[in-house]
Write a protein that binds this ligand. Structure first.
Ligand code: ZN
Length: 69
């Protein structure tokens, strides 16, 4: 199972996860302290990088937006 680091976008194995942080009832995983620090400073900038099963209805919206970016 791969986990995506929302800040740098790296795909991590569970044993590569250096830091975790709970935000908005969701647990985020980071490859480094630096990524966690950036996420903590601006969580809203990064949360949309992680596909959440809970909000699958907005997934297509998000994908479209990413295409245009
Ligand atoms: Zn990272």
């Amino acid at each position: 199972m791969k986990i995506t680091d929302p800040v740098c976008g790296k795909k991590l194995d569970i044993d590569q996860v250096a830091e975790t942080m709970e935000h908005d009832n969701w647990l985020y995983f980071f490859c480094s302290v630096e990524c966690r620090r950036r996420f903590k400073a601006q969580p809203n900038r990064y949360v949309s990088n992680i596909p959440k099963p809970k909000s699958s209805s907005t997934h297509n919206e998000r994908a479209k937006r990413k295409d245009h970016a």
